[in-house]
Design a protein around this ligand. Sequence first.
Ligand code: ADP
Length: 511
Amino acid sequence: MGLLEEAQRVAAEFEYSAEDVNKGVKEFIRQMDEGLEKTGATMSQIPTYVTAVPNGTEKGLYMAVDLGGTNFRVCSIQLHGNSTFSLTQSKVAIPRELMVAKTSKELFSFLAQQIAEFLKQHHNEHYHSSVRRRATVSQPGGFTEEEIFSLGFTFSFPVHQVGINKGTLIRWTKGFDIPDAVGKDVCQLLQDEIDALHLPVKVAALVNDTVGTLMARSYTSPGKTGTLLGAIFGTGTNGAYVEKLDKVKKLATTEEGGDVDKTTGEMIINTEWGSFDNQLSVLPDTPYDRSLDAESVNPGIQMFEKRISGMFLGEILRRALIKMIKDPEVPLFSDENSSNNDVHSTTCLAHNSPLFEQWGLDTSFLSITAGDSGPGLKVTRQTLDKEYGVSAASSEDAHAVKLIASAVGKRAARLAAVAIGGIVLATNKLAAPKDIATADNETVNEDEIVDIGVDGSLVEFYPDFEEYIREALRETEGIGAHGEKRIRIGIAKDGSGVGAALIALVADKVA
Ligand code: ADP
């Protein structure tokens, strides 16, 4: 067997057929329902207490802050009411000692000081009104409603959310460790320090970044119908969508169920779909997926994410390439110029190549090779040389690498389609009467559009990601060629800024 045939064989291990897609979609819908009914299901289906999506006509000046990992971002967003906005922002690195401070007060008072700084610099009038107030009023508060900024707080750590601006910290991650904050309401912790500085700011909403993506897209998307789904395909993958309130059965059984605003009859649900099918009842499972999982920090967890997102695709490809490098018959990257007939000793791969290290292959390489169609795949070969210690890859080597890389990328996109298709079908968005007797080639009216917002490097930069998703959607029963045309996918930029502001706005309306 030649090298390319062997590459085709490995690539075939990543095939995910139309039948697989359909099985996946059915199981996705089943696990969605299960998550809506009870806590502790594979897919968490977390109620966000956000009960409406914007339509682009919203107006006003809002604030948003984002505590992600290394940085704290503060911004103000002016919503112009015509689907556009202006954003002013500042970013500051979080001092390492505050990540492991003795008390949460130290961290949160630092955050409040950054908000004060931001107001002073960019919204002098608001800042001075607070200074004046401090001089005349002995206790905090006392601002008129117009003076107060509503703020959306994006907090990217695990929280148990119990209201639109209320959620207790479950545990710190990403190097943070301040034990006394665990179990406390993070919005209150921030509000207390804001009040201590007498700032005219109200923490109106606790925001998840996926929900922010959905809100941002819904505000900026063309047309008046709201967006159904916000999905992230970046380091990780997750989605949030608009669900009928009466389907969120577990809300009624929790003590917080009473706090819900019922006027729209809907609520945004954060699916946490990264953990879809952790039990692997329908997900594909190659030897490369298995070893990646076994050697990960969380075996058996986030199994859907481990087949789709940026953090993992490069590593899946790396494992498949290693298998081919070690092939005794037709090894990848063998040195054609060597006169030595012993293939084991002739390779153009440096012994310290990152390809030999776990996580040594970045997912951006999949995009590079997918976009390389030039003669002899020059760009792929150059990248292998510069980044991965492969000094003289042949054109055949490059073709073999490209074949496998495309197979990994295509499978990821088809799996992404399982989640997107599952949500479109579960929410009945393509239901009659709109699509009665519509031929496949018929044009789609604006009011038939089902809008989806996406964000993340993978969907933004992988050349065929959306097309592969669309192909799989066309193969999905209940969607088909016409249904696929009705699905509009658009990039939602800056979910954590404008999205958080929009959630603060929605929170104000229902307060
Ligand atoms: P995050 O999800 O952390 O907010 P991104 O959306 O930028 O950030 O995603 C980062 C992930 O995307 C990383 O895992 C990285 O390997 C991957 N990535 C970066 N550039 C590209 C690219 N050009 N094509 C595909 N994946 C990429």
